[in-house]
Design a protein around this ligand. Sequence first.
Ligand code: MN
Length: 334
Amino acid sequence: MIDPRLAGYDFIGDVHGCGDQLVALLGAMDYRLEDGAYRHPERHVVFVGDLVDRGTTQILALEVARAMQEAGSATVVMGNHEFNALAWATRHPDSTDASPRYLRHRSRQNQHQHQAFLDQVGDGSPTHHAWLEWFRTLPMWLDLGAFRAVHACWYGPDLPVLATAYRNNDRIDDAFLLAATTEGTPEHTAVEHVLKGPEVVLPEMVGFKDRGGKLRHEARIRWWMADPVTNRDLADLPQGTKGLDPQETQVLEAWLDEPAEPEILRFGYLDEVPLFFGHYWFEWGHNGPDHLPGPFAAGTDFSAVRGGRLVAYRWDQADAGQPLRADCLFAAPK
Ligand SMILES: [Mn+2]
């Protein structure tokens, strides 16, 4: 339950190793460093996950968040990057010394995504292991009644599956990690949805190039849309996305105009309970966004690590039960 003595909660989006920006944001929100942790007399921080990877001050980001958690001034929710860090470092049961195998495939792309963290923490060092132990204790969702927080997508039927992760001393054990990294299991499906976000496969395997130039056959789902009707409303494709040839583009366009199937619509967030999430990049204009993704859903990731802003949604208890407002999003001045 929420703490009735607090004036409010500040939901901080994906930090991605920008510890210096985190310190600036906390300062701008009047959190003060006291006895080794940032604190505010009447507010509490909720991190929506993805503290690590990409940025240049990752250990600072982790230390700030953990000190706040231990001081009782923050709650930290797990992101897909913390989950991946665990899977990266955990040996598969079929692994042998001659041919080591890990729960997360050590492909060039996966390594590229994680290398900055490994460099900064010292790959395999005691510090590395200590942070992994801490990651195992992070909740994959937070439901305090008056609000909810999750890294990528709130999908109710998955939550009981995720709860089994913590059966062993409230920490995610290797058995869950193995199940969650094995395709076709309920654990894998639940982690994919909740930490990475549900996706829809495009018709007839139409392919398109994403911003990074990678060929994709799936689109992320904009599960926060208030009244989605067509696939166009729900498929999170960059404006003007084309197939690989004119015929594919025609198939894609026809599909986008079709009514969305229940398979996709089931992810829609219809509850009138404020939900704060990260993972999906939103764009910060001069004064922030002029509207939120949904009346009770606020995305807090504004690409701090890619030249955007580190942002918090500042939620007040006085606004409990009310729809969320874009003007509650706050970025530290640059
Ligand atoms: Mn993420």
